[in-house]
Design a protein around this ligand. Structure first.
Ligand code: C2E
Ligand code: CA
Ligand code: CA
Length: 962
């Protein structure tokens, strides 16, 4: 079809040139020689328009071959009318008869004009020749067509009575060629109409199925295009039965329809109503104007069509502006519309050239019509693309994300949204602010994001996202560190999942980032605390033993330096504690640790093994005299007074020393030797240094004395349990009690369990002591349970020491006791520390499970100060965690309390996650209690609620509370 058209095009171009050469200068008006072998001849240049007078016109004919000029008069068909006439002359120069069709098209788009366009109409009412028969009218849908016959050598002047003022176009066609021409368009038009109506129907179905959104406007546009084509292709006139010479109003209405629906599409597609309410008003106003325009087409089609054509151009420019603006802002829909809009603008430019007559070939009009169909198809695709690929899933997901984003504002969560196709990461602006960046700095390609992620996290991040894209399901829930503007990393918990498109490919990865920097710092702190003393930051007993063990090994295997171990115990520290208060005592301990560490070399280790006890592994000195010298310096260092505001405090210490001699002993043994030497020093009045070897005998004597004392105490009942209330902080109701052992020494007064329990462990008395404690506690619990008024969930918890947990008889003892005290087990808990269970986890699991089966509760004591067994926690059947006082008590040291809060929070969260109880220890002030409550910690014990007290006192307290 296209080749036919272009052939015609060439033909016409050739004809116009030929015509120019053939015009005869001498004629009254030009005589056009009808060429042979040329399909179509444009007669426009050879036509004279004559104004009729009283329904008639007089004119002189062109001279015939005989040279005679005649005068003729032509009368209008309708005697009432006063039409114009068009006159032209044709000559047959050949020697055969010529048959031609004279064609005056009703409408032609090329040159029809923009503002007051020529909308076409009937052209020729009748045709009168100067000689021969009146040409017969040939029926045609889109033109006035007459058949003319020219004899050889004849010159005929033809006068056409015009329907309008003018005759814009007149063609002389070779009949067969004209039929071909019409037919060639029939195929093209059929195709275009088919596509157009398909698009209209399809988009209407989409509208019905999808209901809302952009489909109504898209479907309306498709229908408007179809209507325009029906008019333009000369079908509507036929359908209406009026003929195509009378469809001007419909043409104007169709053009107005195009402008209205295109505008509606643009407006709805770009969601302009969401941007600002004023847009909605503007749009409503414009819609009203457009509807008026549609009506106006039936009143004054020419002006209406002029407005419609101008509007199409204005919409093109408006759209260009809006789409450019919104695309720059990253609006998906606008970006998707860019290609179509470029094509629309190109179409506009072409249509303008056609309408203004700058392009005026045979295919121009069809090209404009075809272009419209192309545009409506592209717009339809764009709309569908949104409804399917993005639409159902992503738009849903997107608004889901938006909703979440709203919900998350201020909660510390940030939205993360990676659009995979466009490779664009979108994150909340608040995240940029958090990282000290300007807004939008974190948006862009995922590669740019990757560069910000901590090098150690990059692989994990990449793999995680890749896996999501490949598997198309699952979730990522992991920590990533992201660099801020200042280069510092913040840790975010990233929770994302894939969103699938209609083709079930992953189209985006969406989720949240939660800033966990503080929590992670706290967790690291917890791990640090596992091996470091929380007050001084020195290694704790655990780490000391670990280092000592390694030093011993090296010394044995490689015959390297022999470690010397000091145990330094501050004399009468309990007194000091009582005198100056707990907090001041803490700062004394800090002062001590600083003084001691100053005297040591990097090779040496200083550790705080318990409250007022420090230990040193000395590797920097080897000779006995040098070692003794260091010990002496340490002792002296403490004698220098500590200054407390208005008073000075002098300290003395007892120091026990042991120098390793390659015996195959454990670190614990070595430390115990130092400890014995220290006790020996203490026994001799304190403030002195004793070496273990020199004092073997005396130490044994000392130990024996204590051992005997304890033995006696066990028999005499000098060992007694005190009960410290455990309360619900909300109402201060006592919910349980911890049983704590006291030794009322006949000479030395009350001795702390911290002092005699290690002794009992060494001497094997711990089994007896443990049995005593448990029996007393069980007895007491039964008594309480039999009295009315105690809560059903009231419990008494009993401490177990390391030695007890490994003892053979403990389980049997407790089983026996639990048989004796029926029903008591569920009111009792056992407390063990992490280090106790971690020394032999397998055995511990076994024991703890056995206790659990007996119905006993299990509490993990001093959680977070022992091993870093967080990871193992779920292996042990604990039902309660005890938060040690180090995390609970508020000190002057601001940096400490800064880390306490996140530690408490994370332990609270951990307990909640594991679904176990949490009891805070050592609460002394209301401030501490308030802080715990605000961090959702509910249960506590401590001096503020009551120090350990005799059973009957606790009973009174319980009664007092009702
Ligand atoms: P623990 O299990 O951590 O016990 C808590 C300790 O903190 C107790 O010291 C208690 O008196 C003390 N305490 C309670 N409230 C506060 C407070 O508000 N502020 C301060 N600064 N301290 C408070 P206690 O009684 O000297 O016991 C020391 C350790 O001896 C206990 O630590 C426990 O591990 C062990 N122990 C106590 N009784 C027994 C027992 O019968 N058997 C065994 N095997 N060990 C025991
Ligand atoms: Ca305890
Ligand atoms: Ca404790």
């Amino acid at each position: 079809m296209r080749t036919t058209l272009s052939r015609l095009l060439i033909t016409i171009a050739v004809m116009v040139v030929t015509l120019a050469g053939m015009v005869s200068q001498a004629a009254a008006f030009e005589v056009i020689a009808v060429p042979e072998g040329i399909n179509a001849l444009n007669l426009a240049a050879g036509v004279d328009i004559l104004e009729g007078e009283d329904g008639r016109v007089q004119l002189s004919t062109a001279p015939g071959d005989d040279g005679i000029i005649r005068r003729i008069e032509v009368v209008a068909v309708d005697p009432e009318a006063d039409p114009n006439f068009a006159a032209f002359a044709l000559r047959n120069e050949g020697d055969a008869q010529i048959e031609r069709l004279l064609v005056a098209p009703f409408f032609r788009l090329p040159g029809s004009g923009v503002f007051l366009p020529d909308l076409g109409g009937a052209r020729v009412n009748a045709l009168t020749p100067s000689q021969g028969l009146r040409p017969a009218r040939v029926p045609d849908r889109e033109a006035d067509v007459f058949e003319i016959v020219l004899d050889p050598g004849a010159t005929v002047t033809l006068v056409a009575e015009l329907a309008g003022d003018d005759l814009p176009e007149l063609y002389l066609w070779e009949p067969d060629a004209y039929r071909d021409y019409v037919n060639s368009f029939t195929l093209f038009r059929g195709t275009v109409l088919g596509i157009s109506s398909l698009a209209a129907v399809f988009l209407t179905i989409m509208f019905v199925v999808k209901g809302r959104g952009v489909f109504p406007a898209t479907a309306a546009l498709a229908w408007a295009v179809l209507a325009y084509l029906l008019v333009d292709f000369g079908i509507l006139g036929q359908l209406l039965g009026t003929g195509n010479q009378a469809v001007q109003t419909w043409r104007a209405a169709a053009e107005a329809g195009l402008a209205i629906t295109l505008f509606a599409f643009l407006f709805i597609y770009l969601n302009l109503h969401r941007w600002h309410i004023r847009f909605t008003h503007l749009a409503l106003g414009l819609s009203a104007i457009f509807l008026a325009l549609l009506g106006y087409a039936f009143i004054d089609p020419v002006i209406a069509a002029g407005i419609a054509r101008t509007s199409l151009a204005l919409i093109g420019l408006l759209g260009l502006f809006l789409i450019a603006l919104l695309s720059i802002r990253g609006y998906d829909r606008a970006i998707l519309l860019v290609p179509t809009w470029v094509i629309y603008l190109a179409w506009l430019a072409y249509a303008w050239m056609v309408v203004t007559g700058q392009v005026s070939n045979d295919v121009a009009q069809s090209a404009v019509a075809g272009g419209l169909v192309l545009i409506v198809m592209l717009l339809g695709f764009t709309a569908i693309q949104h409804a399917f690929s993005d639409g159902q899933v992503s738009i849903g997901a997107l608004s889901e994300v938006e909703r979440r984003a709203l919900a998350l504002t201020g909660s510390g969560d940030f939205v993360f949204d990676w659009n995979i196709d466009r490779d664009r990461v979108n994150v909340s602006d608040e995240l940029a602010t958090r990282l000290g960046e300007r807004k939008g700095a974190l948006r862009g390609a995922i590669k740019r994001w990757l560069d910000r992620i901590h090098p150690e996290d990059r692989d994990r991040f990449r793999t995680a996202l890749d896996t999501l894209v490949e598997l198309k399901r699952g979730k990522v829930n992991s920590d990533i560190r992201v660099a801020g503007f200042d280069g510092n990393y913040r840790t975010f918990k990233m929770r994302v999942k894939p969103v699938l498109g209609s083709d079930s490919q992953v189209i985006r990865i969406v989720g949240t980032l939660h800033d966990v920097t503080d929590e992670r710092a706290a967790r690291e702190r917890l791990l640090h605390d596992a091996v470091h003393d929380s007050l001084t930051g020195l290694p704790n007993r655990q780490l000391l033993l670990d280092r000592l063990e390694r030093a011993l090994m090296r010394s044995r295997e490689f015959d390297e330096v022999k470690p010397a171990v000091f145990l330094i115990d501050i004399d009468k520290f309990t007194d000091i504690d009582e005198r100056i208060g707990h907090m001041a005592a803490d700062s004394v301990v800090l002062g001590i640790s600083r003084r001691l560490s100053r005297l040591l070399r990097p090779l040496d280790t200083l550790a705080r093994v318990s409250g007022d006890q420090f230990a040193v592994i000395l590797l920097s000195e080897q000779s006995a005299s040098q070692i003794a010298e260091v010990a002496e310096q340490l002792r002296k260092a403490l004698r220098t007074p500590f200054n407390f505001g208005d008073r000075d405090l002098s300290l003395t210490a007892s120091i026990g020393i042991t120098i390793y001699d390659n015996r195959p002993v454990s670190a614990e043994d070595v430390l115990r030797d130092a400890e014995l030497a220290m006790h020996y020093a203490k026994r001799h009045g304190g403030d002195r240094i004793e070496a273990f070897r020199a004092a073997t005998r005396s130490i044994a004597v000392y130990a024996q004395a204590m051992e005997d004392d304890l033995e006696q105490a066990l028999d005499n009942g000098d060992l007694q349990l005190l009960y410290q209330p455990i309360v619900d902080m909300h109402n201060e109701a006592v919910v349980g009690a911890e049983a704590l052992m006291r030794w009322n020494h006949p000479e030395r007064g009350p001795v702390s369990p911290s002092a005699f329990i290690p002794l009992a462990e060494r001497t094997g008395q711990i089994e007896k002591l443990g049995r005593l404690a448990f029996e007393q506690a069980a007895e007491q619990t039964r008594t309480w349970m039999n009295e009315p008024g105690l809560g059903e969930r009231f419990f008494v918890s009993v401490n177990l020491s390391a030695g007890q947990l490994t003892s053979e008889s403990l389980l049997a003892d407790i089983r026996g006791l639990m048989r004796e005290y029926r029903g008591v087990a569920r009111h009792m808990k056992l407390e063990v520390t992490e280090s106790q269970i971690m020394s032999n986890p397998e055995h511990a699991v076994y024991m703890l499970k056995a206790f659990k089966e007996l119905g006993l509760g299990l509490a993990l004591d001093d959680f977070g100060t022992g091993y870093s067994s967080l990871a193992y926690l779920h292996r042990f059947p604990f039902d309660t965690l005890k938060l040690p006082s180090a995390f609970v008590q508020i000190h002057d040291d601001a940096s400490m309390s800064h880390t306490q809060v996140p530690i408490i929070s994370s332990v609270v969260a951990l307990a909640r996650d594991l679904d176990i109880g949490l009891i805070a220890e050592g609460v002394e002030t209301a401030e501490e209690a308030e802080r715990l409550k605000s961090l959702n910690c509910r249960y506590a014990q401590g001096y503020i609620y009551g120090a350990p007290m005799p059973a009957d006192e606790l009973r009174r307290k319980l009664n007092g509370k009702g």
